[in-house]
Ligand binder design. Structure first.
Ligand code: SAM
Length: 335
């Protein structure tokens, strides 16, 4: 082997020695962030006012400084919190845009979604992923819990609530850009049914922006029975595979269906390239594989959509050339 080849091989091996640890301890980032949410670290810093010293933070949280110091060191290394001197010149911890997302009641909070994804209910199925690849018919979730995720949440209301809160986080973050990016989607509508609308957060945000809309939040009976009561929104329980309440338009966020006008807020909106999934979508595809039996993330090409087609804006599909794909995809997703 030539000297340059040997050097290349040597450098490659050195890099592998670093990279492999990413896979050995890959789960730690999520678990430590979960710990930060459970302890309420972001809330404590926020209510104290930036920055907060270690001893102030440990006495606010009621924990010993030493383990807290190590947790904070890790989280600062990840860029979740940052170090900052306080007015007396002592080192303290301060919030970042990322740590604001960990506050349970923050405007753009993602705390419930992190708590859901790192809960034993959703973590356990990941350990059956290889079994699910071998037995394509049963999802890892069913292997772990003996039933699918929606039936499981019927009999475990606490988990059902966690799912609803987590989906509501996503709704708050996603619906606002939709309202600002393409308000014309809602032109001419007087009623809108949100199919699989969860606890009604999506409609709550939409009705605030378009107060003339009459909203119907349609979901499984046990979900709507605990959904928020919102002015201008009727909660209706049922099974979307049997029938869906009539309205001028149907909205499907993280669910797919077909009506006269279909507004899809789903995998199709974020892909930059027609035949590739983004990093987030690739991770979500693994989650769909683990948590559902038929769910999958699809590239634009797989959806059969053509970008730039007349009437198909970033968020809307008005002329439904791809109705067939939508129906097919919908059935693949949940049946
Ligand atoms: C991934 S969540 C999406 C919730 C909401 N659209 C959002 O994005 O925040 C899917 C929703 O579909 C509902 N769902 C599942 N199967 C259903 C069915 N057969 N009929 C009605 N709703 C159903 C679930 O209860 C859940 O609220």
């Amino acid at each position: 082997m030539e000297k340059t080849q040997r050097e290349e091989k040597w450098n490659e091996e050195k890099q592998v020695e670093v990279d492999i640890w990413k896979y050995i301890f890959g789960f730690i980032e999520t678990i430590v962030v979960r710990c930060a949410i459970e302890l309420g670290i972001a809330e404590a810093i926020e209510s104290h006012g930036n920055p907060i010293t270690l001893s102030e933070l440990s006495s606010t949280l009621g924990c010993a400084p030493s383990p807290l110091y190590r947790i904070m060191r890790f989280l600062m290394h990840q860029g979740i919190f940052k170090g900052k001197l306080n007015s007396q010149g002592s080192p303290g911890y301060a919030q970042t845009p990322l740590s604001h997302r960990l506050m349970k009641h923050g405007e753009h909070s993602m705390a419930a979604l992190i708590l859901l994804e790192s809960s034993p209910m959703l973590l356990t199925p990941w350990l059956s992923l290889s079994a699910c690849v071998l037995d394509n018919d049963t999802s890892s979730f069913e292997v772990a819990h003996g039933e699918d995720i929606w039936s499981y949440s019927t009999t475990n209301p606490a988990h059902g609530q966690l799912i609803n809160e987590a989906m509501a986080c996503d709704a708050k973050v996603l619906v606002l850009p939709m309202i600002h990016g393409c308000p014309e989607v809602f032109d001419g509508l007087s009623s809108l049914v949100d199919v699989g609308g969860g606890n009604g957060t999506t409609l709550k945000v939409l009705i605030k922006a378009f107060p003339w809309l009459q909203g119907i939040n349609f979901d499984q009976p046990h979900v709507v029975s605990v959904a928020t009561v919102i002015n201008g929104v009727e909660n209706v329980g049922g099974d979307m595979f049997e029938s869906v309440p009539k309205a001028d338009a149907a909205l499907l966020k993280a669910v797919l269906e077909n009506k006269g006008k279909v507004i899809i807020v789903d995998a199709v909106i974020e892909e930059a390239e027609i035949d590739k999934l983004t990093d987030v979508r690739l991770a979500l595809d693994m989650a769909m594989m683990t948590h559902t039996s038929k769910g999958k993330e699809r590239t634009l090409k797989e959806w059969g959509f053509v970008l730039g087609e007349a009437g198909f804006s970033r968020y809307t599909l008005k002329t439904i050339h791809a109705v067939q794909s939508v129906i097919e995809a919908f059935h693949n997703l949940y049946i």
